[in-house]
Design a protein around this ligand. Structure first.
Ligand code: UTP
Length: 416
């Protein structure tokens, strides 16, 4: 072990991260091993380049942004039935599974514990996980199948998530038969000097690598392999925090199959041109999502001859993929975006520091950055009031919060 420590020390020195072993001698044998393993797994070159990226403004000025085609679910007329029948057939044949991304930290909501365990305040006191499971089970019944459910957690919330499901008897699902859990990847957090942080527990401070980590983790955890063995060809990937998410949609699936695309996404039209949401577009010819901060006012206001916004289709994290497309996306690393966050850590002397303002960089990949892997995708505009009730913020924010989500949920399901 001493030899390994020496080797790691010299690597750490090369990258200016020697402090990671400052308290090594004070640890017991098991913790020593764990810390060394953690250090061995760090890609220091990547961390270096990510740190340098924090010094540059993230700009895509040279990118050519153009509008992308979409269809409105309620303006499909005769095609509606045609697509629906194709989708229904595939669902009945067991070709669809649902994937829920539940690895996020839910910082804005401020709930202690995994976001999926959050009770949005309905009389039933059902958690987000239970609301999602209700929807999946109900839809499955329509087609005489159980829709397999795959749940992505993070190292931070995996144990608590599993305990929650166990306590709730997996909401009627059977573990490792039709409900599966897998853990997403993570990356060390660094301070403003580029130093990797040590967390409260004395180990490297790591944070989940963003919802874009979904592809790599589905492949690495061999979930895609398992899906294929189960005859699953399509997966709907959605967030845990939209209590109106419709994961089983034969029309969406029928369009994807009929148009022979490997990705089909749902959108809702922007509430107003200035709404702060990412919208679908083409970036250098390829499907993508453009953030509200990247779009000019002129683009945000631009309309087509029918009066529809040219960049008005919001990305709501409701996307359907062919499993083989996910495998391809998982093979190529996505770019990381930087977020400046508050992170409790131990300083060089081992003292616990609890900051009251942001002090550290976190790196996240975004799911939609993989859209560029495909030449074309289908976009289906759905109704906001039917499919989108996000729980992002605490009630005090007044938008996308438990109160608004609860109201939308009750309205949709006609609950008084
Ligand atoms: P958000 O980007 O809204 O993040 O995630 P969040 O973690 O829920 O909340 P904040 O930003 O910390 O307040 C959208 C969806 O993606 C999942 C979340 O769980 C949510 O379902 N997600 C996000 C992951 O699964 N992993 C991540 O690393 C990030």
């Amino acid at each position: 072990m001493d030899k390994k420590v020496d080797e790691l020390r010299s690597i750490l020195k090369k990258y200016g991260q020697e402090h990671l072993l400052n308290h090594y001698e004070t640890l017991n044998e098991t913790s020593k091993k764990e810390l060394l393993n953690q250090i061995e797994l760090i890609n220091f070159e990547l961390i270096n380049s990510l740190y340098h990226s924090t010094k540059k403004e993230e700009k895509h000025r040279e990118d050519k942004i153009t509008p992308i085609d979409y269809v409105d679910k309620y303006k499909l007329y005769d095609d509606y039935k045609h697509y629906e029948n194709i989708g229904k057939k595939a669902i009945k044949e067991g070709k669809l599974a649902a994937v829920t991304m539940a690895g996020g930290q839910g910082t804005r909501l401020g709930h202690k514990g995994p976001k999926g365990t959050y009770d949005i305040g309905l009389d039933s006191h059902k958690s987000l996980f239970e609301l999602l499971s209700d929807n999946l089970k109900e839809e499955g019944k329509k087609y005489g199948v159980t829709i397999p459910w795959f749940i992505m957690t993070s190292r931070e919330n995996n144990k608590e998530t599993l305990a929650f499901f166990e306590k709730n008897k997996y909401f009627g699902y059977q573990k490792d038969k039709n409900i599966f859990f897998f853990i997403q990847g993570e990356l060390p957090m660094i301070d403003t000097e580029g130093k990797i942080l040590i967390g409260e527990d004395g180990f490297i401070k790591q944070a989940a690598d963003g919802h874009g980590g979904i592809y790599e983790s589905l492949v690495k955890s061999e979930m895609t392999k398992r899906m294929k063995q189960m005859g699953i060809e399509w997966i709907f990937i959605g967030g845990v925090d939209n209590c109106l998410v419709k994961m089983v949609d034969p029309v969406l699936m029928g369009i994807a199959i009929d148009k022979e695309v490997t990705v089909a996404c749902k959108s809702v039209v922007k509430a107003n041109p200035q709404e702060k949401v990412g919208v679908f577009c083409r970036r250098n010819g390829k499907p993508n999502v453009i953030e509200y901060s990247e779009i000019t006012e002129e683009m945000a206001e631009a309309r087509d001859e029918e009066g529809e916004l040219l960049y008005g289709e919001s990305h709501i994290l409701c996307n359907l993929f062919r499993v083989d497309a996910v495998e391809r996306m998982g093979a190529n690393p996505l770019p990381y975006h930087v977020a400046y966050k508050k992170a409790t850590y131990r300083n060089k002397e081992g003292k616990l520091i609890v900051p009251d303002s942001p002090n550290a960089y976190k790196f996240e990949a975004f799911l939609f950055d993989a859209f560029g892997e495909v030449d074309d995708m289908a976009i289906l505009r759905v109704k906001r009031e039917e499919e989108f009730a996000p729980v992002k913020n605490a009630d005090s924010a007044g938008v996308d919060c438990p109160r608004t989500a609860r109201e939308l949920y009750k309205k949709f399901y006609h609950i008084d």
